[in-house]
Design a protein around this ligand. Structure first.
Ligand code: NAD
Length: 439
């Protein structure tokens, strides 16, 4: 690779823009950051805060923290701004989402209460199960986009914000295919002015972010920034983008297990995955049109990891089913079951059962933080367009033309760490280890 990256220092405040700021993931993320700022919480699960990275040869014993190797934004410099269909401030929203205990929330009550959502760009057509009324009204989508741009600029000015990252933490929108209106910047802008029905709210937020020079990460599986018009705009406006769909819970487990099964060339007859969850996300996904978007995102993972075209005898004919059932008593404490039918030597069948009792937003919050920190780093390093090294965090990673997505968590982790080494001006590590024996 010929390109050299020069990383500038993170001077001043970093604005974090969140569509869906009253949701479970957003409020858990924000509460965590506020708790850390106040010294009453630790940011477990975050690579940018706790992860170390090997530099040079194993014999050199150099494993600094990532945040000591590279100039990352400080937690103290983060400020929040966001929009939601419901107008609860972050304190009330955090209580309602039921992820954190009341005792913990009370410790940061004053700070949470200060964060009030702006009116949302929203159309019920894209998430019919939401009933909130905190919604902007304008003649056309272009005006809505401009209203978002004005709000972002005002937030920046008022709070002396130097850099911006937007993370879509809004609900999963209904399944959409790429159409003509999504193809070029001008067709998209024309579509905004004509109220094109194929432009979803998340695309309008992404457009506004890119127009304001803000990096953009998409935590949900809907297209949002993953359309040619907005990918082109991100390159034109020199901002990094990434997505889609935070890789937490069941899919995280899948992309840990599947590469292991594949690397030992064990065959697969079937993988049945089912979930129960009872939060608002579960309620939105209870609508088949919204579930379709999630299903596509969850299903694509195994095909890419197992490569059935390369291994037809092992993976040419496996059955893969994913179910999500809305079950209110569980709230955010999702339970996932996987039944995996594999086969080995001479075709003898075996089974693996996984029962993951997880907490969705507890797993998603550190991902949001890492995306904020690394997308800001990317922006300061002159990285633009799709950031494939962020695949580590997503169920459906965005990827460049003529490529395929990389789903294997271990390859994704190497990709991320090697990119960090490159940004730090260090050598990448290929892990062959042969130089210890033959050099
Ligand atoms: N929690 C996880 O582990 C996880 C994993 C992968 C993806 N996700 C995705 O992250 C997103 C957030 O998850 P969550 O559990 O916080 O859901 P949630 O339902 O608690 O929060 C989503 C919030 O977005 C708001 N919203 C919807 N459309 C909006 C719009 N157009 N503008 C502004 N606000 C809008 C809703 O009112 C809601 O408050 C969902 O799309 C979910 O599918 C979550």
């Amino acid at each position: 690779m010929k390109k050299k990256f020069k990383v500038s220092k993170p001077k001043g405040k970093l604005g974090v823009l969140i569509p869906g700021i009253s949701g479970a993931v957003s409020t858990t993320f924000i509460a965590g950051i506020l708790a850390k700022k106040k010294g009453v919480g630790e940011l477990f699960g975050s690579l940018s805060q706790m992860g170390s990275i090997r530099i040079g040869k194993r014999t050199e014993n150099k494993t600094p923290l990532i945040k000591d190797l590279l100039p990352l934004a400080e937690i103290e410099d983060i400020e929040f701004f966001g929009w939601d269909v419901y107008n609860d401030n972050c304190y009330n929203a955090c209580l309602k989402s039921g992820v954190l205990t009341k005792d913990q929330i009370e410790l940061i009550k004053d700070e949470l209460e200060e964060i009030q959502p702006q009116k949302a760009v929203f159309d019920k057509k894209f998430a019919a199960n939401l009933k909130g009324k905190n919604i902007k009204r304008e003649k056309n989508l272009f005006k809505l986009a401009n209203e978002l741009i004005d709000e972002i600029n005002l937030f920046k000015e008022k709070n002396n914000i130097k850099r911006l990252v937007m993370v879509w933490c809004g609900s999963t929108e209904i399944f959409l295919k790429i159409k003509k209106v999504h193809k070029t910047i001008s067709s998209f802008e024309k579509g905004l002015k004509n109220n094109d029905p194929d432009i979803s709210p998340s695309m309008i937020y992404a457009y506004a972010a890119l127009k304001c020079g803000s990096a953009y990460a998409n935590g949900a599986p809907n297209l949002s920034v993953d359309i040619p018009a907005l990918i082109n705009l991100s390159i034109k406006n020199k901002v990094p983008i990434c997505g889609k769909d935070f890789k937490t819970g069941q899919t995280l487990m899948k992309t840990i297990l599947a590469p292991g099964i594949k690397s030992r060339l064990l065959g697969l007859n079937g993988w049945f995955s089912t979930n129960i969850l009872g939060n608002r996300d579960g309620e939105v996904l209870d609508n088949p049109k919204n579930f379709k978007t999630k299903e596509e995102s969850k299903l694509s993972v195994l095909d890419h990891i197992f490569q059935p075209d390369l291994y037809p005898d092992l993976y040419g004919d496996f059955y893969h089913k994913v179910r999500i059932n809305y079950y209110p008593p569980r709230g955010d404490e999702k339970e996932a079951w996987d039944n995996i039918d594999i086969f080995g030597w001479l075709g003898y069948p075996m089974q693996i059962k996984v029962n993951f009792l997880c907490r969705d937003s507890i797993l998603a919050a550190p991902i949001v933080l890492d995306l904020v920190i690394f997308m800001d780093l990317a922006q300061r390093s002159g990285m633009v367009g799709i950031q494939e090294w962020m695949s580590f965090y997503f169920k459906s990673p965005m990827y460049g033309d003529n490529l395929y997505p990389e789903h294997d968590l271990f390859i994704q982790s190497m990709k991320l760490k090697n990119t960090l080494r490159i940004l730090a001006g260090e050598k990448t590590i290929d892990h062959s280890g042969l130089d210890y024996y033959y050099d």
